[in-house]
Design a protein around this ligand. Sequence first.
Ligand code: NDP
Length: 336
Amino acid sequence: NQQIILAKRPTGMPDASNLQLRDGPMPSCGDGEVLVRTIYLSLDPYMRGRMSAAKSYAASVAEGAVMEGATVGQVVESRYADLAEGDFVLAHGGWQQYNVQAGKQLRRLDPADAPISTAVGVLGMPGFTAYVGLEEIGKPQSGETVVVSAAAGAVGQVVGQIAKLKGCRVVGVAGADDKCRHVVEAYGFDACVNYKDDDFFEQLEAACPDGVDVYFENVGGTVFDAVMRLFNDFARIPVCGRIAHYNDTDAPPGPDRLPGFMGQILIKRLLFKGFIQFDYIHRRPDFKRDMSAWVRNGEVRYQEDIVVGLENAVDAFQGLLQGRNRGKLLIQVGDD
Ligand code: NDP
């Protein structure tokens, strides 16, 4: 049972000394449990937080333990009445080939409904994050301008498409020209700006002639500084993530911009609200209904970036924190 364990907490970018591949024991299943063979492991930015000992909204992974993560797999052996060998399931199986779970923790997936990989993508946690962050906090109105960062990623691509369905002008921010082209051509964003360009702010300003009403914040850093200058009165900012800072080892250099930031919040009556998708678990049924229909009829499209082999997971995770992924990042751990 190939596994990746958190051998040592990282400082800065995690590497193979922090996340070690090993051949672990094969688990066996007891009453009410199911043995699952992983097909896809979802790699997500929140995992960087789980590697750290810093206090957060969820417990850290212990040193020496298998890294946690959502998985899509197939039942190999079942001692749980409602699941049978061969069933596909959504699990929290971690970075390993085989895992044992309590049967009641698993959700059966029907490959006839949608490709099973989407259970950890557009129809799963990242899609749900986009849906609730926008609906519950962003509350975009037709004709307003919505900006989303990490626009080509798992969450960002969905945010932009939902905002388009709501009749908004949608402007993406991403770190590569091909990503920007993709969100405009494949997802119908009105514009997308590369934050690595020297004239990023000027391009963003030109793309938002009526200012910014909703900023779906995924990254922080210099992107946030630029969008901040364009907020309209009463703009809403769902604070979903701040990936530009996940590997920070020091406080950013001065000057201290906090007083100016607070001034803008007051003068423009801005609404900043941090959220974790599970805060809105009561919206799951609405999400399932709407997103399944949008995906089925092509109103929401998605891109997956599938890396083959658990042994490549550490490199792929580094890529996620550097913008190498093109869409929702998955590791193909076993055959589908
Ligand atoms: P993505 O698929 O968007 O991948 C991460 C992307 O972040 C990279 O491709 C890269 O794109 C961008 N990025 C990396 N470093 C930087 C940087 N220094 N500055 C700007 N952009 C950077 O990941 P997800 O869609 O899964 O996650 C997006 C965000 O949403 C993350 O911050 C994540 O933590 C957060 N999140 C929050 C949840 C919640 O409940 N609050 C739930 C799920 C995700 P680029 O090329 O554009 O730089």
